[in-house]
Design a protein around this ligand. Structure first.
Ligand SMILES: Cc1ncc(COP(=O)(O)O)c(C=O)c1O
Length: 472
């Protein structure tokens, strides 16, 4: 190449072969075809995608569907918009996920400002405390504890967790009713399998919810019932005629809308569960982070015999250490331990013991208290800038958690905001494009304020407010 010849940025993927699946919304079929092309290496890193207009015309779909697909793939880190250079593949085939893996990013290419919901800043992982805990564990733990142990979890961790959950989260739980899992996701997967083995065939879930949870419920073979959500939380009255054997809820902070399940609905939910012998799965994924208003007792404390409560360190510490827990009715312990044994024999003992040490030393509580302060400040800054620069937007779900939601007037506006954000290197998720809904999606933007590194947060909020002000 001559010295001053500009480097060609990307191979031009003008003639793109896409095999669209036969079912599902158009945008998801395009997404999935593009993911497959990237995974298989047919579209390599840097390969340029056709413009949304060209691709829409080529495959005979609406341009909105292509825009939605590109936006989702970009949020997941597969592709990235280049200023003036179109859209290119961001992930090399060797770095892509396995064929069966869900479409989660390994890295976020092209993102300058990260507003992904529900993720803590990975830079806030307490490296020093974790290392100290691990060093202590390795120095003091007898050899006999370093092999295979109880699939329900290490006795020391179950003890410390029970103490913590009673004190800090208000649960009514003993160590014998705890199973340690590899994150909440595994706990849910085990519960769904145990339910299936016990004759349950139908499971309800809030609508909207994390799309992966709907997919998991179906993958295990359950029929899915969607429970709509209003300002009082999930409409639990709809359970009465549903015939479901279990329901998955985020009662303490509905994900992604942020509403709390009202006391009246909590009572009628538990009445229903007792009457039908159904199991309520309480996902308390980020309950540690409440800034305003008073805490409501978890469902588990109201009726430990009807509720399987799940928690995780993914939001308090970070998703790199995979520990979660289930507090279970006694009758569900054996089925869960059996499923856990089949799944992986046990959660990493070293991670279990490091967490035990953090709980025992008080470092876990200290970290949560510190992060609660950090998140509160970030939320306040976000709300302040939205109020001054985009007063037309009404953020909701602000009292707790790691994200707020702003509804926008329609799907086109949501797509425009996401596209403008992508161009500015801002990672954001849409209520509609994020597939939180399966039907009748509301349009809105879910703004996660915990994920960004400290140094870029303030500038990111400014950039985001400008994008929103221009697009809504
Ligand atoms: C609502 C909700 N529940 C559960 C999880 C997963 O938790 P874990 O990482 O412990 O599997 C997530 C992850 O983002 C989430 O958003």
């Amino acid at each position: 190449m001559a010295k001053h010849e500009p480097r060609r940025r990307a191979k031009f993927a003008a003639d793109l072969f896409l095999e669209l699946g036969a079912w599902g919304p158009q945008s998801m079929r395009i997404e999935s075809a593009l993911r497959d092309a990237i995974r298989s290496g047919r579209l390599g890193e840097g390969a340029r995608l056709p413009s949304t207009r060209v691709l829409a015309a080529e495959i005979g779909v609406s341009r909105n569907s292509v825009v939605a697909a590109y936006s989702q793939l970009s949020a997941e880190g597969w592709i990235v918009g280049r200023r003036g250079g179109g859209t290119v593949v961001a992930v090399a085939p060797a770095q892509t996920l396995g064929e069966q893996a869900p479409p989660r990013p390994l890295r976020k290419a092209g993102v300058s400002f990260d507003f992904s919901p529900s993720e803590p800043n990975p830079g806030s992982f307490p490296r020093h405390e974790w290392l100290r805990a691990l060093r202590r564990v390795l120095a003091q733990t007898p050899d006999a504890s370093l092999g295979y142990g109880d699939p329900a979890g290490h006795a020391d961790l179950r003890h410390e967790l029970a103490v913590y959950l009673r004190r800090a989260r208000g649960l009514a739980v003993a160590p014998e009713n705890l199973v340690v899992t590899t994150g909440f996701s595994q706990g849910l997967s085990l519960l769904l399998r145990a339910l299936a083995h016990n004759g349950v065939t139908k499971v309800a879930v809030e609508h909207p919810c994390v799309p992966g949870h709907r997919a998991l419920i179906r993958r295990v073979g359950h029929e899915l019932v969607l429970l709509d959500v209003d300002e009082h939380g999930a409409r639990v009255a709809e359970l009465a005629e549903s015939g479901v054997g279990a329901v998955l809820l985020t009662p303490n902070r509905q994900h992604p809308l942020g509403v709390q399940l009202s006391p009246r609905r909590r009572a009628s939910l538990l009445d229903w569960a007792r009457t039908c012998g159904a199991l309520v799965i309480e996902n308390d994924y980020d309950g540690e982070f409440r800034y305003d208003g008073h805490r409501i007792s978890p469902l588990q404390a109201l009726d430990p015999s009807a509720v399987a409560y799940g928690g995780t360190i993914a939001k308090t510490l970070g998703a790199a250490a995979r520990v979660g827990w289930l507090a279970l009715p006694t009758s569900w312990m054996e089925p869960l331990i059996t499923e856990k044994w089949y799944a992986d024999l046990q959660t990493s003992v070293l991670e279990q013991l490091a967490l035990t040490e953090l709980l025992r030393s008080g470092a876990y509580d200290r970290h949560i208290r510190k992060m609660r302060g950090v998140h509160r400040q970030r939320r306040d800054l976000l709300l302040e800038l939205l109020a001054t620069k985009v007063p037309v937007l009404q953020p909701s779900g602000i009292a707790a958690g790691l994200s707020v939601v702003v509804e926008v007037c329609d799907i086109e506006t949501e797509a425009a905001v996401l596209a403008a954000a992508r161009d500015r290197g801002i990672a954001l998720r849409g209520l509609s494009q994020g597939n939180y809904y399966e039907r009748d999606a509301k349009a809105g933007i879910v703004i996660g304020y915990a994920a960004a590194p400290d140094h870029s947060y303030a500038a990111g909020v400014e950039a985001l407010a400008l994008v929103l002000a221009a697009a809504v």
